[in-house]
Design a protein around this ligand. Structure first.
Ligand code: ATP
Ligand code: MG
Length: 564
């Protein structure tokens, strides 16, 4: 595997990738006057980060060259497909910021046409109904070293084949009893040309066509012809389909299709510390290792969304990747770089005390309360708004921000006799503290230093550190869901059993964090930087004004210990 490199260059300066070059040449040569691409997911699961790359490539090319990108559900397999996935995929593409034009396409829209073409191939002596069992088919197929053997059913008459195929369609045979194959070459070095099946019997209800069909075309038989029907000028997919290209080209050459699409393949995106395969992701969902496809630990688009990753950051990440002719494994840190970069620039800041310690301010009255007005959520970003902070006699600070004994190592912390600045607030000086039965600090008593809101103390004794805090009068107990990596190891599939490499501690709840009162108004899916702590998103589904729930999106800095 090769590593893909981040290209941090300005977009304009970025050299064209091989597909862009082909398109530029095709347009310049007049081969095409406009371009149409497509993104063809199979609705058998939710989309993941690998699909995000395919989406960015396909929709991105269309945008770049003023063309169109179709969303086509590749729904040839009724057994594994569901409506839920069809809906989720549309939501994901839209959320990523792309549009697919007037209508959604389904391969099943072409089932009539594909059936007609299958009949045509039979009529031309190019397809036959074969009764070999799955096992026999495998035996007859040979392998890479050994040529295959012709099926004993290969020379059936055209009339017999037409009648048998019609019986297949009418439901007269059981599943597996027979199938329709194209007659190409059982000795072809490319195994996909050894008389592949193009229609199989499946007595399953289809989410689009209901029970109209009990025979379904193979993915290979549908792929190129669907592209031709839709007038796809550049059919872009991943490398694993390269071996099938001669077969697609055979269908295009042997059928009266309205256009001749051409397929180009680029490398699949893999990311370390995760798996990118719908089948494996489904296993995680079904075994309840995660709480559904949109669990914030999942590398699905909906999981990343719920985690607080922004579509902007995901697009930037995808655009940074090479579109190359080799598969690549990318370091997850590269994705996280783009998440942080976006949030650092755009996330409003707020205060949240994770593990609280009460500070009592001794030189103010019991009912003291002051509103610190119009504190911006983000400096120099007025459009993100501001809030009023409540300051009162009792506040919470982080336990870890107070030290019983002063040491140089803790010079930015709060200690008896030392000063600290409250973020957006006053300077305090610690006088003394109480301890509980276990000997832990349970309360700190401090003096408010007057006239220090936005200015240094008049006596010149400046605090060294700034701490976040909330007022006990205006804070809300919050549920924090601290997410870590779902897998403990870089390559979860290295030993063949990805389930064994799951990180048991990938979700740690904090049920006692205190957020500032303004978080009552936090909208689901808004990501905040909780100052000095990390980026947290108001959960898309569970967050309410009365009971806030925030998910850890990502820490403030890369945690090297995670990747070592
Ligand atoms: P999975 O193995 O996860 O089911 P798939 O390739 O079967 O993936 P499809 O729904 O068939 O998933 O994929 C739709 C499109 O997305 C295809 O064109 C495919 O090439 C592309 N794609 C899928 N996975 C990746 C990936 N990891 N990197 C880049 N493109 C991908
Ligand atoms: Mg697939």
């Amino acid at each position: 595997m090769t590593e893909e490199k981040v290209e941090m260059t300005e977009e304009k300066a970025k050299p064209a990738n091989f597909i862009e070059k082909i398109i530029q040449d095709d347009l310049a040569a007049g081969k095409h006057t406009s371009i149409t691409t497509r993104f063809p997911p199979e609705p058998n699961g939710y989309l993941h980060i690998g699909h995000a790359k395919a989406i960015c490539v396909n929709f991105g090319l269309a945008q770049q060259f003023g063309g169109q990108c179709n969303l086509r559900f590749d729904d040839t397999n009724p057994e594994k497909e569901e409506d839920e996935y069809v809906q989720a995929i549309q939501d994901d593409v839209t959320w990523l910021g792309f549009e697919w034009g007037d209508k959604i396409h389904y391969t099943s829209d072409y089932f009539d046409q594909l059936h007609e073409w299958a009949v045509l191939l039979i009529k031309e002596g190019k397809a036959y109904v074969c009764d070999l069992s799955a096992e026999q088919t495998k035996e007859y197929r040979g392998n890479f070293e050994k040529a295959g053997t012709n099926s004993p059913f290969r020379e059936r008459s055209i009339d017999d084949n037409l009648a048998l195929f019609e019986k297949m369609r009418a439901g007269d045979f059981d599943e597996g009893a027979c199938g329709l194959r194209v007659k190409i070459d059982m000795a072809a070095p490319n195994m996909s040309l050894r008389d592949p099946y193009i229609y199989r019997i499946k007595k399953a209800n289809h989410h689009q066509t209901g029970d109209k069909w009990c025979i379904y075309p193979s993915y290979d038989f549908a792929h190129g012809q669907s592209d031709a029907i839709e007038g796809i000028s550049h059919s872009v997919c991943t490398l694993e389909f390269a071996d099938h290209r001669p077969l697609y080209d055979w269908f295009i050459a042997n059928l009266p299709v309205p256009a001749t699409p051409h397929q180009y393949e680029f490398g699949r995106l893999n990311i370390n510390y995760t798996v990118t395969s719908k089948r494996k992701l489904r296993a995680l969902v079904e075994s309840k290792v995660v709480n559904g496809w949109d669990d914030p630990r999942m590398p699905t688009i909906s999981g990343m969304r719920r985690r607080g990753y922004t579509s902007n950051a995901i697009r930037n990440f995808c655009d940074s990747l090479a579109v190359a002719k080799t598969d690549g494994t990318v370091d997850v840190a590269q994705l996280e770089f783009f998440i942080r970069d976006d949030l650092n620039q755009n996330a409003p800041r707020a205060m949240c005390v994770m593990d609280s310690l009460v500070v009592e301010i001794t030189n103010v009255a019991e009912d003291f309360k002051e509103i610190i007005p119009n504190v911006p959520y983000l400096q120099d970003r007025e459009e993100l708004g501001s809030r009023n902070l409540t300051f009162s006699k009792y506040i919470y600070i982080e336990k870890d921000d107070f030290k019983e004994e002063y040491s140089k190592k803790f010079k930015k912390k709060f200690c008896v006799g030392k000063r600290i600045r409250l973020r957006h607030g006053y300077v305090l000086e610690a006088e003394r503290f109480d301890t509980d039965e276990a000997g832990n600090v349970s309360r700190v008593y401090a003096t408010l230093i007057e006239n220090t809101l936005g200015c240094d103390p008049e006596d010149g004794n400046k605090p060294k550190g700034v701490v976040h805090w909330v007022s006990t009068q205006d804070s809300i107990v919050t549920e924090l869901r601290n997410y870590g990596r779902l897998f403990k190891v870089e390559d979860p599939e290295a030993d063949g059993d990805f389930a064994a490499n799951i990180n048991e501690d990938s979700l740690i709840h904090n049920l006692k964090a205190q957020v500032e009162g303004s978080m009552r108004n936090a909208k689901p899916e808004t990501v905040f930087q909780f100052e000095r702590q990390g980026y947290y998103v108001a959960d898309r589904f569970d967050h309410t004004n009365e009971k806030p729930v925030f998910n850890l999106t990502i820490g403030l800095r890369e945690d090297k210990s995670l990747t070592k």
